[in-house]
Design a protein around this ligand. Structure first.
Ligand SMILES: [Mn+2]
Length: 433
């Protein structure tokens, strides 16, 4: 029989998904943790592996601790082993939780800055788990340079657990690179820290980010859930992602063509949304909330009219049935002014000409002193807003390390330039007529 394992990281127990109704029970990350525990018991999983940031020490501490403790208790009673390492968000609290109850089957590996190896003898075969835990919020060095486990049995499958910033030369969160994982006698590495799931390498050994099993914000788009590993032997470990997150964030780009009216745009959006929701529902029947970031492209006469549509569409749920609520978090207006010949306009030195030139440059990822100046101003303002006490609750999830600020600035500028050019051309037209 094969050894079956559930692996995940970054559950951030205590947190809730953003941009969904506050009162919904499923939006708390403990919901997905509980589901993992039940799934493990119901389907005969041999072990659960957790790669750090399981608990979020800044959020609902007691809820988080209780959920982890109750889950571990159930797993322990059912003889399902749990191996975990700590990350930057739970280096403090994880050892506390583990110490208080001291379950036989629950192991926190690699505390005190030392790599640790644990052999699990499951009823379906033995596996070795190597792990290293964060001991502080910041780990500005590569923990793999300290890897010194020499007692790994080369005949038994071995899995490594590490919270780390993959592909980085320098980082405050354990910078590691592909080759650092090689020649360690480990068959598969399960990493934590980055919430986007993915297979990072499959050359010498498999390296994976399971990602957050419960999508927390629009930055974590697409399918999210724990990894199911099936281990038939050292060179035969397969993985698949289970679709567990009750919340899913999606990005959707809709080409509206050359719509005649705002009503046209609205109906094109609703049709596209319905189709997309239908497709996702087919593969994810347990999904409860679907939150969209939509961008619309095409050519339209009166840009300003789209403002009210933006408000309207983001204000209420678009689809709401007993199982699923679909809503739009943001509608990015990427419509271009209809009738404006940007290349011709860009040759003029008029305000409209400067705007047209700026739009073309932003679209082609080029820059100019004007764009640089605007970007600097935008970034400065953005910083002020984010650090302002008044807005602190709005930005408590804001992670500057995980935000492409230049890209955000450019997108904002492009939208605003199109908007302004459209208004300007409309004014000129009205003045002439
Ligand atoms: Mn982390």
């Amino acid at each position: 029989m094969a050894v079956k394992i559930l692996a995940t990281g970054d559950i951030h127990l205590g947190k809730r998904s953003s941009d969904v109704p506050e009162d919904a029970r499923e939006i708390a990350t403990k919901h997905t943790w509980n589901r993992m525990v039940d799934y493990a018991i119901d389907t005969g999983i041999d072990a659960i592996l957790l790669s750090g940031d399981i608990v979020d020490q800044d959020n609902k501490f007691f809820e988080a601790n209780k959920a982890l403790e109750t889950g571990c208790e159930k797993l322990n009673e059912n003889n399902i082993a749990v191996c975990m390492v700590a990350g930057n968000h739970d280096h403090d609290v994880l050892p506390e939780v583990i110490k208080t109850r001291n379950f036989n089957n629950v192991h926190l590996l690699g505390t005190n800055g030392k790599w640790e190896l644990k052999t699990l003898n499951t009823q379906n075969g033995g596996i070795q788990i190597a792990g290293w835990s964060f001991h502080a919020t910041y780990v500005p060095f590569n923990p793999l340079t300290k890897f010194n486990l020499e007692n790994i049995n080369p005949d038994i499958p071995a899995i490594g657990l590490l919270h780390a910033d993959y592909g980085m030369i320098s980082s405050n969160y354990a910078p590691v690179q592909e080759q650092d994982f090689f020649n360690k006698n480990i068959d598969m590495w399960i990493l934590g820290h980055i919430h986007k799931p993915g297979l990072l390498s499959d050359t010498q050994c498999k390296i994976l980010y399971p990602g957050s099993p419960h999508a927390l914000s629009s930055k974590e788009s697409g399918k999210h859930g724990p990894l199911l590993l099936t281990i038939e032997g050292k060179n035969n470990i397969t993985h698949e992602w289970l679709d567990f997150s009750p919340v899913r964030y999606e990005k959707l780009s809709i080409d509206t063509g050359t719509p005649e009216s705002v009503n046209d745009i609205r109906s094109i959006i609703v049709t596209a949304l319905n189709k997309n929701v239908g497709n996702i529902q087919k593969t994810s029947p347990n999904l409860r909330y679907l939150v969209y970031d939509i961008e619309i492209t095409g050519k339209f006469r009166e840009h300003t009219l789209v403002d009210s549509l933006q408000q309207e569409i983001t204000n209420e749920a678009i689809i709401e049935d007993s199982n699923l609520t679909a809503s739009v978090r943001k509608l990015h207006n990427k419509l271009k002014p209809a009738g404006a010949k940007l290349k011709d306009l860009a040759k003029q030195s008029s305000p409209a000409g400067i705007l047209a030139d700026t739009i073309l440059k932003l679209e082609n990822n080029e820059t100019s002193p004007f764009i640089e100046d605007l970007m600097e101003k935008w970034k400065k303002k953005q910083k002020e807003v984010i650090s302002a006490k008044t807005y602190s609750t709005l930005f408590h999830d804001y992670d500057p390390d995980n935000t492409d600020i230049d890209n955000e600035a450019r997108e904002y500028l492009l939208e605003t330039c199109n908007h302004t050019l459209d208004a300007l051309l409309l004014q000129t037209k009205n003045a002439q007529s």
